[in-house]
Design a binder for this molecule. Structure first.
Ligand code: PRX
Length: 631
């Protein structure tokens, strides 16, 4: 704790009357640098979704990620950046160098008129500038809105417009395996729909081509001129640090807003609890910065701990499926955190590619984003962890800010289980009547009973949706939207979403978003989308389509629909199966019964389902006849 005026450390007396939970979080918070201490640790109401953490405190998270480490480890590597091309030149940035790079970028942002509280959209691939831009925004108190590079121009413009960003940071190209993705063109397409954007700060990472449009400013040139020193702007603990968009069960994506103080404490706390990082270790989380895992565990969490992280531009299969394992050997990675879809995709290449790997440096393996099935767990454990590295399968969400459930560090791990709630986290399984399920083996809604500092503050521009979505369904609890059960040791097993949100390759995609995209096609009258089990992606997307007019060229139509979805959302949202049907199963009130479609898509019959509310039961019979099988 530092006094704002004198700059001296001042821990201050703890006011009386704090609960045990508040005292526990206070002691965690005291491990960080704050310019001004909080008046209250926790206030507001958890059950109404209005908790406030560390009110009255002032801070800058980058002081904790960077400045705090400089006296003792300015020369320690903060980021090893590995380019897409295995023969390309990597970059390593020490804490000192990263701090100066952030200073330069922060000064460029200031010179372009960005102020505290302004939203800045970042649309970058996994290049060092992605991390630097996020930290630079945080340095000056601007709120970053990072948009994943795999999203379409339309998704980008929607996200820019929703937060009202006037500045976009992007680049020329993204290199992903053999593919070159033209970010400049995507950004230009998006900007046509974003009249409020006044400046585009542009990383010139491609080959020179047509001159930059007038809105564009070359970041390379500006950074070369900028001073590396930029004093941190202090913000309130409850002021926003970033907004990150994710899918919900309606068509509109939601911008989860995270506040600086609580998020910082939870990112740092959970990183240490789960990974138990040791000073000389190298840590690699493969998540793109465009996801919450990228925010919390590729960037903020490890930098708060002064860790050395690996950042990789490319994809796991380029130039060969050994790429990840070669990177682990090259940088002697000790802690490796990735997604089940990656594990399954690499396992599919067979055991020969991994048999001879040494991977001696590895100490701990992690997984996140979707259920890690037993087969993938054993493959990961046997071939990558060589039977000696524990696996932490971690459960959490964009909303929770950080990991809430994980096998205890150094404790028991069980294949298929995400372990136990972290200390200070109070999770529960609740039935549809709001009663807690305590019996082992009985499934229910995965909920959280009490507050933690990582929880998002709200949904940007829609606080009613935040309260309704997370705090109204089960009174008194935070409702995650997932189903889970516990075994007799209290270990949690997450079975998946209970709402209309799908999880494709670990990415959240709302059924309604895909349906909206499909309905934009002029020949589509109606669409309903569900997920089906997919060997590699976890879930694939199955679309049922009702047409306005007959199309004899059904294959061409399917292609058009796939392209339409990719354009509207991004390639991950492309339906794997499309079935043209004469009608959808609807109740008399007009509601589509996705539950039935899910069963049909899984190749199951609807026998035993209550079909009495359906307007036309023949629809089910017709659909069942035309179910699209595995290709
Ligand atoms: O369904 C759960 C699944 O991913 C959802 C959260 O997605 P997102 O906000 O994009 O964040 C992903 C990374 C934190 C959850 O509601 N999920 C996340 N982790 C796991 C998981 N499902 C099973 N096991 C996990 N370890």
């Amino acid at each position: 704790m530092r006094d704002e005026k004198s700059g001296k450390r001042s821990v201050g007396k703890m006011p009386k009357g704090r609960t045990k939970l508040e005292r526990a979080w206070e002691s965690r918070a005291e491990l960080f640098l704050w310019a001004k201490k909080w008046r209250t640790v926790l206030s507001g109401s958890f059950v109404r979704g209005t908790t406030r953490w560390f009110s009255g405190a002032r801070l800058n998270i980058t002081e904790n990620c960077l400045d705090r480490h400089l006296p003792l480890q300015s020369d320690k590597v903060a980021i090893y950046w590995e380019p897409n091309d295995p023969d390309g030149k990597g970059i390593s940035l020490t804490y000192g160098e990263l701090s100066r790079a952030v200073g330069r970028m922060a000064n460029v942002l200031l010179s372009q008129g960005v102020k505290k509280g302004d939203f800045v959209c970042i649309y970058l691939p996994m290049i060092p500038e992605a991390a630097i831009a996020m930290l630079a925004c945080a340095r000056i108190g601007a709120v970053h809105n990072f948009v994943f590079g795999g999203f379409s121009a339309k998704s980008l413009s929607d996200r820019i417009n929703d937060c009202g960003a006037r500045v976009l940071i992007t680049c020329d190209v993204s290199l992903r395996g053999p593919k070159k993705i033209d970010f400049r063109v995507l950004a230009e397409q998006a900007l046509a729909e974003c009249p409020k954007v006044k400046k585009v700060l542009f990383v010139e990472n491609g080959t020179k081509r047509k001159p930059l449009p007038s809105l564009f400013v070359s970041l390379n040139k500006e950074l070369a001129k900028a001073s590396p020193i930029c004093a941190p702007t202090l913000i309130g603990a409850e002021d926003p640090l970033f907004v990150l968009y994710t899918s919900g069960s309606t068509g509109r994506t939601k911008g989860l807003l995270h506040a600086a103080g609580g998020y910082m404490v939870y990112a740092g706390y959970s990183f240490n609890e789960v990974f138990n990082y040791q000073p000389k270790e190298v840590y690699w989380c493969t998540a793109d910065m465009g996801w919450i895992t990228g925010h919390t565990y590729s960037l903020y969490g490890p930098l708060l701990a002064g860790a050395t992280v690996v950042m990789f531009e490319g994809v796991p299969t380029y130039p060969t499926p050994k790429r990840y394992w070669e990177i682990i050997e090259k940088y002697r990675v000790n802690i490796f955190y990735t997604a089940p879809t990656v594990i399954r995709a690499l396992a599919a290449f067979g055991p020969d590619q991994v048999k001879k790997l040494k991977l001696k440096s590895l100490r701990l393996l992690g997984s996140v984003g979707e259920p890690l099935n037993q087969e993938a767990w054993h493959w990961y454990h046997h071939y990558i962890g060589k039977g000696r590295c524990p696996i932490v399968d971690t459960w959490w969400q964009t909303e929770t800010g950080g990991i809430l459930i994980s096998p205890p560090s150094g404790g028991l791990t069980k294949p298929g289980s995400v372990g136990l709630p972290l200390p200070l986290i109070d999770t529960a399984i609740v039935d549809s009547n709001g009663k807690e399920v305590r019996k082992a083996g009985v499934s229910g809604y995965l909920c959280v009973k009490g507050p933690w500092p990582g929880l998002a503050k709200t949904i940007l521009n829609d606080s009613a949706r935040f309260v309704k979505g997370y705090f109204s369904k089960i009174k008194g609890y935070y409702f995650s939207g997932d189903a889970a059960w516990r075994d007799s040791d209290g270990y949690y097993f997450v079975s998946g979403r209970v709402d209309d949100v799908m999880n494709v390759s670990g990415q959240r995609i709302g059924s309604a978003e895909v349906e909206n995209a499909l309905c934009l096609h002029p020949d589509v009258a109606e669409a309903s989308v569900v997920s089906y089990r997919h060997e590699i992606k976890g879930e694939g997307i199955y679309a049922f389509i009702v047409l306005k007019r007959d199309r004899l060229d059904a294959d061409l139509l399917r292609e058009e629909l796939v392209v339409a979805v990719a354009r509207s959302i991004g390639p991950t949202a492309k339906p794997g199966k499309i079935q043209i049907v004469t009608g959808l199963p609807k109740t008399r009130s007009g509601k589509i019964m996705r539950r039935l479609l899910r069963r049909l898509a899984a190749g199951e019959s609807c026998v035993g389902e209550d079909l009495s509310t359906l307007t036309d039961q023949n629809v089910i019979v017709d659909i069942a006849k035309g179910i699209v099988g595995e290709k």
